[in-house]
Design a protein around this ligand. Structure first.
Ligand SMILES: [Zn+2]
Ligand SMILES: [Zn+2]
Length: 624
């Protein structure tokens, strides 16, 4: 089992590590590869040769070539290749694959009166991007585009800087048209209703908006309510705070998957709660957002698509390009085995990413958003090759329900000049809304790394970004826990360790401490281990007194702990210790904790058990 499988206790998983990744339409990909390598002409298969010279393909290719001249220097030849290859299918369709093939057309237009219909005089917008999930085409001088669709395609506009798509009541961006003439197959949770024949024109209304270079976005890791009761936990624990702080001035928000917890009927009440924040909200598909009764990956996103649209897409805001990915590769159930998922993108999505990035200038920051951490995505090397030469990339996920900053280097096959930063974001539901309820009846939901549940605020400024952690129902400066015994003797001071958990800390953080009011600063040592407070809570659960709430997951190893021995000569009295952390963005936070030093220890029987005062770390041995 890999780490991902160990961390998420709710996975439906196949223990077999060798089960292969689902590849959608892999036979189509063979066509592309053979085309690019010239193998097409070497094969003796009549169907391939015939398809190589499809008149439609040539027409589309020529059409795209002409358009590519309009955007010189953006590498549109990939579009032509992709189009050609895509057009060449229809033979030997695997069962369950799209059967028909039609041309879709429409207009991207300036919706001056905001009624989402094209009225006389409303101008088409030239050079705007529209995708069918693989290829991307650009609108012509009149804002018109043409692409092709199967009977299971979502056509979407890639929101450019300075323009906004409509939002629905729940603040979900309406940037797509679903073409599933027969609707989704019957599954436990409803998918897309039959959309009927292709309309004569699929039009995308856009309205202009100000998008400054500096802006903020809210990042929600797994919100993951099991039911509507847990939607209420989220509303009271997180959303009220976000609303009170005016959405922190963010221009948009994203949930990084596991929006719900297998019960897809919870999507709607969940969306209504999120909509209270009042800003456009984008969504990433998680492994608990899929149709678990689906026989394959393609059909596992039907309910998600009916509510949020395409399972992967991209958009611009300000000067940042966001790529929203679906890295949940569902291996459908068979008659003899349960379904399970793996981290993977698949060939179609990789083709979309390739085409998408070909149109994004190198000097633009690209932010990739996914659910399963990038380091657990099977075909990540292919993705690395697409992004590692770019000077400005960042990626983020959630899924593990603990916070971690990865700096991906050549050890994982990354070949870029600088390590790639991948953020595993804090989750809104913490540890799946587990743990004892607090005074409001909401589980404390502490994550297995000892950090509180919460969310992140990311600030962008050109190609720079800055991540701020926020704990649920806590002030902005609640950034760490300091673990100290309540009371020690003078003699104990020499051997007493202080441990600090900096929730959003990373290997690039610096942490130091001093005795107030004027002791010298001392650097603390970063260690990997388990949060002592969390370990204590697990001990309480295992003790004779029952603990309310759903039991917590096992503690995880975390790399954002620091430790130091106390100054050896602390006089009798009560002392205040200050800890300061400076994160990779040079944000500085401080916190304080008191400790009492006595000459003779008080009788232990007078002190109640107090979790969180232990500083015993379960850590690998200290290096000599
Ligand atoms: Zn997950
Ligand atoms: Zn989750």
């Amino acid at each position: 089992m890999n780490q991902m499988q160990i961390q998420d206790e709710f996975l439906v998983n196949d223990p077999s590590p060798n089960a292969s990744l689902a590849i959608r339409s892999s036979w189509q990909w063979i066509f592309i590869e053979s085309l690019l390598s010239g193998d097409c002409m070497k094969t003796h298969r009549a169907d391939i040769l015939e398809n190589c010279v499809s008149p439609t393909a040539l027409y589309i290719t020529r059409n795209l070539m002409l358009r590519s001249i309009m955007v010189a220097g953006l590498g549109l030849s990939v579009l032509a290749h992709a189009t050609l290859a895509h057009d060449r299918h229809t033979r030997n369709q695997p069962p369950g694959e799209a059967k028909t093939h039609e041309h879709a057309q429409g207009v991207v237009f300036h919706d001056e009166n905001g009624n989402q219909k094209r009225d006389p005089g409303e101008k088409g917008l030239p050079g705007f991007k529209v995708s069918n999930g693989r290829e991307i085409v650009l609108t012509n001088a009149d804002g018109e585009y043409e692409t092709h669709v199967s009977d299971d395609t979502i056509v979407f506009v890639i929101k450019p800087r300075g323009w906004m798509t409509p939002l629905n009541r729940d603040k979900l961006p309406q940037f797509y048209y679903i073409h599933k003439p027969a609707g989704s197959p019957s599954q436990k949770f409803d998918g897309v209703k039959p959309t009927g024949p292709l309309p004569a024109s699929i039009d995308f209304p856009l309205m202009p908006q100000e998008e400054p270079e500096q802006f903020k976005a809210l990042l929600f890791g797994d919100t993951q309510p099991r039911n509507v009761q847990e939607v209420e936990y989220m509303a009271h624990d997180i959303i009220e705070q976000v609303v009170a702080e005016k959405a922190h001035g963010a221009s948009l928000g994203v949930t990084l998957g596991d929006i719900v917890f297998d019960d897809l009927s919870v999507f709607q009440p969940h969306n209504q709660a999120i909509a209270l924040i009042g800003i456009p909200w984008y969504n990433v598909l998680g492994n608990h957002d899929i149709n678990l009764d689906a026989p394959n990956d393609t059909l596992s996103d039907e309910t998600f698509e009916s509510i949020y649209g395409p399972n992967y897409y991209s958009f611009d805001y300000g000067s940042v390009h966001f790529l929203v990915l679906d890295d949940v590769a569902w291996q459908g159930a068979t008659e003899t085995a349960r379904g399970f998922y793996k981290g993977g993108l698949g060939k179609d999505q990789m083709e979309f990413i390739r085409n998408d990035l070909a149109l994004i200038p190198k000097e633009q920051l690209v932010v990739l958003m996914m659910h399963i951490p990038l380091v657990d995505v099977e075909d990540r090397q292919e993705l690395y090759r697409l992004i590692e030469e770019r000077p400005f990339t960042l990626s983020m996920s959630a899924h593990t329900h603990f916070l971690k900053h990865h700096f991906i280097t050549k050890e994982d096959g990354w070949m870029g000049p600088e390590p790639h930063h991948h953020i595993v974001n804090v989750t809104v539901c913490g540890s799946w809304w587990r743990g004892a309820p607090d005074e409001l009846g909401i589980p404390h939901a502490t994550m297995s790394d000892g950090g509180p549940n919460g969310y992140s605020i990311i600030s962008f400024d050109g190609t720079k970004y800055d991540l701020e952690f926020r704990a649920a129902r806590r002030p902005a400066d609640h950034q760490m826990n300091i673990y100290l015994p309540q009371e020690i003797t003078v003699a104990d001071a020499m051997t007493t360790t202080m441990v600090v958990n900096v929730f959003n800390g990373s290997q690039r953080s610096k942490v130091r401490m001093r005795m107030l009011p004027d002791g010298p600063w001392k650097d603390m040592e970063r260690v990997e281990g388990m949060d002592p407070y969390y370990v204590d809570m697990k001990k309480l659960e295992a003790g004779p007194t029952p603990v309310a709430g759903i039991t917590l997951p096992s503690p995880s190893m975390t790399d954002h702990l620091w430790r130091i021995l106390l100054p050896p000569t602390l006089p009798v009295g009560t002392h205040m210790i200050e800890v300061e952390t400076t994160d990779m963005d040079n944000q500085v936070y401080t916190d304080r904790e008191s400790i009492r030093v006595v000459a003779i220890p008080a009788p232990t029987s007078t002190r109640p058990a107090f979790p969180g005062r232990s500083t015993t770390l379960t850590i690998p041995p200290r290096r000599p």
